[in-house]
Design a binder for this molecule. Structure first.
Ligand SMILES: [Zn+2]
Length: 646
């Protein structure tokens, strides 16, 4: 049994219901803020009591009420002290809000597996408060489901909204769902989210389901069996087009395995029958991914993920739109807070001219930098700025665009993962590298390419196919230290190369190929002494040697070479200014024998390669932010260097 969210069920409340939901969110926000303040004060007292903590930390937390129950009682206290909030919310909701605050507090008090602690809990912003958690239904006690409950049935819903010509269609304004005479537990009409226990009466919200024919099997899978419904959260999103600026959804958690469409199932069955026994290796890079696989040391196949023109175009369009949002937000912020910004040099000159003519300074939106203190920090923190409604609408629109973009990227990653598994089987080996540190160095490029997303999608697909084939599949991570795939050849010889060298040429066996392709081929020959333990990975020299001697291996690796002739992929960002903007994306694969142009176009030349992957270089790439601001294309020559050379 898998815990699975079936996605969003949109709620279209009437004005009266909308008002009640807004009051409910307002009350819940007040309770949550009060509990967050309590948690912050208690955490401060806890850290200050160093002697008491040293003696017995658990007793100190207990005394201060720093526990789940402690915060729950704090929430009850606030609710009792503010009876007006009882009109819109209940004790059960207060308890769940306190539990969510405790989850954050716990992360602050205790270290996680990596030894890190989160920051001090503090009251969140009203605009970031988007979820009222519900309580899970009891699956042992009949009719026990507090806070938000889903009533009705999918069949009843379809019956109510099927037109005379047999189409499932929900009108713009859903009919209000009336309380059944026999009570909610026996109600089987159109679906509705019900919230009981309020003094001003039960809140009943009609539910809108996705009506497209393609969505109907998904609805059947998740909603047909009411005994699997588990929990409902009430969620809101900023939506500039919705009345009141918020869109409301009920998020239903269903106890069911993930939905698998017939097409997906058929594809997985074919993959399980044909390619499941292949072993594949992945070479992940900042801006491309290469996969190589073999079947028992023969038939080497290589695929490389690159971007195509349309994906590049889409990214460029997205970047333009993002820039436009950014400009509008900046203009709006400056207009609302002119006292925190300097006038630009031009504006100052303008005012000086007016002063010389005996006129008062002009009123204008300042275009200069933010006013700063001596240490460079802003004179007034950004969070204290006044923000207009237009600003909030713009920000919501920007967030909506970003959400759509990330959804598109996820979908693309899913499609590519499906093709990888179809062609290369379901047992992958990837180098165990820290993508977080990569994104710190190559942030913009990583964000456009998102290799982590693709690896995650690949793992999910591989596991699903392996389950069908009844074998152990998925992605194994191999430690770089024990394998050093980029520094070896299939013949076992060490072929050292820096990150700037994109070709592999072995002096011992004469193998030539793209460095990533050779690395991925070696990854396909990695074995594990202990499954699931990256440090136990070693290169199986015998298998690599057999693969090298197999027919077609050399020619297929040689065919990957033209990738490298089109330029290095990891050059300093200064030398690639125009293409750093258009970005990279996962888009299409270049199959091995087909020599399509796959590498990026390099504009200008790099004076030296980017920092070594072993981290020994003193030269760092210029962060995107600095480059944009200074328009710094090359490292300027300093005066001291000029003096020394003379
Ligand atoms: Zn060799």
């Amino acid at each position: 049994m898998v815990w699975r969210c079936s996605g969003c069920r949109s709620i279209r409340p009437s004005p009266v219901q909308r008002d009640r939901i807004e009051t409910m969110f307002s009350a819940a926000y007040q309770i949550r803020s009060a509990v967050q303040r309590d948690a912050r004060d208690r955490a401060r007292a806890y850290w200050a009591a160093c002697h008491e903590r040293a003696r017995d930390a658990t007793a100190a937390r207990e005394r201060l009420g720093l526990s789940k129950t402690g915060l729950e009682y704090a929430a009850y206290g606030h609710l009792d002290a503010a009876p007006h909030l009882r009109r819109a919310t209940t004790k059960a909701v207060a308890m769940h809000l306190a539990d969510s605050v405790w989850a954050a507090t716990e992360r602050h008090l205790f270290r996680d597996a990596t030894g890190k602690r989160h920051g001090m809990p503090r009251p969140g912003s009203w605009f970031d408060f988007t979820r009222i958690p519900g309580r899970a239904k009891s699956h042992t006690t009949e009719r026990k489901w507090e806070t938000f409950r889903l009533h009705g049935s999918l069949a009843g819903h379809r019956a109510a909204y099927t037109t005379s010509d047999g189409r499932f269609r929900q009108p713009d304004h859903l009919r209000p769902v009336t309380t059944a005479t026999r009570g909610w537990w026996r109600y089987t009409g159109p679906l509705a989210v019900v919230f009981t226990g309020l003094p001003i009466g039960t809140l009943v919200l009609p539910v809108r389901l996705p009506a497209a024919p393609s969505n109907q099997p998904i609805l059947d899978h998740y909603l047909a069996d009411a005994t699997r419904w588990h929990k409902i959260d009430l969620v809101r999103h900023r939506d500039p087009t919705a009345a009141g600026g918020w869109r409301y959804e009920a998020h239903l958690l269903v106890l069911a395995p993930p939905y698998e469409s017939p097409t997906t199932h058929a594809r997985r069955v074919v993959a399980a029958a044909t390619t499941a026994t292949r072993r594949a290796g992945i070479d992940v890079n900042v801006s491309n991914i290469t996969v190589a696989s073999h079947a028992g040391g023969r038939d080497l196949q290589i695929t490389r993920v690159v971007h195509d023109q349309s994906a590049r175009q889409a990214i460029a369009t997205r970047a333009t739109r993002q820039k436009r949002h950014g400009r509008r937000l900046d203009r709006s912020r400056r207009a609302s807070n002119p006292e925190h910004y300097e006038l630009s040099a031009r504006q100052q000159r303008h005012n000086e001219r007016r002063a010389a003519n005996g006129r008062a300074p002009a009123q204008m939106i300042p275009r200069g930098p933010r006013k700063r203190r001596g240490n460079g920090a802003p004179q007034s923190a950004y969070r204290h700025d006044a923000l207009s409604n237009a600003y909030r609408r713009e920000r919501a629109a920007a967030a909506r665009d970003a959400e759509a973009a990330s959804q598109a990227r996820r979908e693309l990653a899913r499609q590519i993962a499906a093709r990888f598994v179809r062609d290369h089987g379901c047992s992958f080996v990837v180098e165990d590298c820290n993508l977080t540190s990569w994104s710190r160095r190559w942030g913009a490029r990583m964000a456009a390419f998102t290799p982590g997303l693709l690896v995650t999608a690949l793992e999910r697909e591989a596991v699903a196919v392996a389950r069908l084939a009844a074998i152990a599949g998925g992605i194994d991570r191999a430690a770089t230290r024990t394998t050093a795939l980029s520094q070896h050849c299939l013949c076992g010889q060490r072929v050292p190369k820096s990150l700037g060298e994109r070709t592999h040429a072995c002096g011992a066996c004469g193998l030539r190929g793209n460095r990533d392709a050779v690395s991925a081929t070696l990854a396909a020959c990695v074995v594990f002494a202990t499954p699931g333990e990256p440090a136990s990975a070693t290169l199986d020299g015998e298998r690599a040697r057999a693969l090298l001697d197999a027919p077609h291996t050399r020619s297929r690796l040689l065919a990957t070479l033209p990738y490298a002739f089109h330029g290095r992929q990891d050059v300093r960002s200064e030398s690639t200014v125009p293409s750093a903007r258009d970005g990279w994306s996962i888009a299409d694969m270049g199959p091995t024998p087909d020599l399509v142009v796959v590498a990026r176009r390099i504009v200008g030349t790099a004076s030296y390669p980017t920092l070594d992957e072993r981290g020994g270089s003193h030269r760092h790439t210029t962060p995107e932010r600095v480059r944009t601001r200074t328009n710094l294309f090359r490292t300027p020559v300093t005066w001291t260097e000029l003096r020394n050379s003379s």
